[in-house]
Design a protein around this ligand. Structure first.
Ligand code: NDP
Length: 399
């Protein structure tokens, strides 16, 4: 069917590439482009020889002109941005300049402030509308599948949704004292930020990881879950009419939190630059450089993830509860694509989003979050491409 340019060659990009190659009728030709071209070449060497033609390229995605040149020379139908959130706007600019659809998995963040807001990308709506192009934001798992799950619940199970609890549990163990499952810098910026949730039209702020519950998850068992802010709360609070409360919860082990606390206390998680031996360095970026590369965790990680949405609302005048979730097994993911489940659960939906935009099913000029499209084709594709979902109509509710 067409051509996709994949920007980034890290943990998530690797899964996107594997999944595009598995779906070669749609992805006839792909180009993997990143800062370090050797990582792109390694992926190509691993997967070359099938139906999908694979190219590689070196690109600095902070540089719009370089991106424009690359897009013009490769001529893709879509750009799948799985680099870092800092590059979202330069890549969107390049897509506008070249007339190509855009997909990402994380909202734009300025380097110097961890904000997690869609305002910068939503501001591109008119430009994408005028250009007749689709920008699909947050097509990973969370954000991504969690928005699709909510849209599916809204379409099939509720007249009105009132409460949403998104629960992201990772019961995987990689055997390291401390490592993050995706880009450490992005991960730690997110976790050390204040918690926030949406309640009765307002945002309620909480101290970082100060709200904890124990929740018993199918196939994983009881886990400590902590309230955090997560970017899909912003779009869901806008797009799910009548919702009263939306919260996001993530599991962390005591060991992980102890390490994080110490690193925080000594200033290693700070994003404020400091001078070190005459050179300016950002402590969090230095920490990122010494932590294990998330892409290397795959072969060591055992256990499962469970990510889903616990939803309450009304149907035909009656209260109703609904839980929709996916369970993924780290070892099974590694066996299939050489990555652990966190990268897998992000890369598969990125490929699906790109497929639906490319084949026209999810094409709509403008800038949209996933829950603004018909969830059914995405839900079908999740089952087909390795992220089968399950549902329960009598879930345990959170406090
Ligand atoms: P990695 O750090 O493993 O990979 C990032 C890749 O981006 C690297 O290949 C890096 O290149 C490349 N890159 C960084 N800066 C540039 C640049 N200026 N120009 C070109 N390439 C660049 O990250 P992950 O794969 O773990 O994460 C990728 C994205 O997925 C992130 O935005 C993350 O927030 C998002 N994510 C979303 C999730 C979701 O569920 N929605 C969950 C997990 C992650 P190099 O290797 O040369 O440094």
């Amino acid at each position: 069917m067409g051509k996709a340019l994949i920007i980034g060659a890290g943990g998530v990009a690797s899964v996107v590439v594997h999944k595009c190659v598995q779906n070669s009728d749609v992805f006839e030709e792909i180009c993997i482009a990143s800062r370090t071209v050797s990582k792109c070449d390694a992926l190509k060497n691993k997967l070359d020889g099938g139906k999908t033609i694979i190219h590689t390229a070196q690109v600095d995605a902070d540089n719009t002109d370089e991106l424009i040149e690359l897009i013009n020379s490769f001529g893709p139908d879509v750009v799948i941005n799985v680099a870092l959130p800092y590059q979202d706007l330069t890549i969107m600019d390049a897509c506008l300049a070249t007339g190509v659809h855009y997909i990402d998995t994380a909202n734009y963040e300025p380097l110097d402030t961890a904000k997690f807001e869609y305002k910068w990308q939503w501001a591109y709506k008119e430009k994408f509308e005028k250009a007749g192009l689709t920008a699909l934001l947050g097509s990973g798992f969370d954000p991504g599948v969690t928005g699709v799950f909510t849209a599916y619940a809204q379409k099939h199970h509720f007249d009105e949704i009132h409460y949403i609890d998104i629960v992201d549990a990772n019961a995987g163990d990689h055997g390291y004292h401390f490592a993050t499952n995706f880009n450490p810098e992005i991960n730690i910026r997110e976790i050390t930020a204040n918690g926030r949730y949406f309640k009765d039209g307002e945002w309620v702020e909480t101290a970082p990881l100060s709200e904890k519950q124990v929740y018993d998850l199918p196939e994983i068992g009881p886990k400590d879950i902590y309230l955090m802010y997560h970017e899909e709360l912003e779009s869901l609070s806008k797009n799910i009419k009548g919702v009263k409360q939306i919260r996001f919860w993530m599991t962390f082990s005591e060991k992980y939190l102890t390490h994080l606390k110490v690193l925080e206390n000594v200033g290693m998680t700070s994003i404020e630059p400091i001078m070190y031996e005459g050179k300016e360095i950002v402590p969090l970026q230095f920490l990122t450089a010494i932590l294990p590369d998330p892409a290397s965790l795959g072969e060591r990680t055992k256990g499962k993830t469970n990510i889903g949405c616990v939803i309450q609302g009304v149907k035909d005048g009656q209260p109703k509860t609904y839980y929709v979730y996916n369970v993924s097994d780290h070892e099974a993911c590694f066996k299939e694509v050489g990555s652990q489940a966190i990268s897998y659960t992000t890369g598969v939906p990125a490929m699906i989003g790109a497929m639906l935009v490319m084949n026209g099913t999810w094409q709509k000029p403008g800038v949209y979050n996933v829950e603004e499209f018909d969830p059914d084709p995405f839900m079908e594709a999740l089952n087909e491409f390795g992220l089968p979902w399950k549902e329960s109509f009598s879930p345990t509710l959170l406090d």
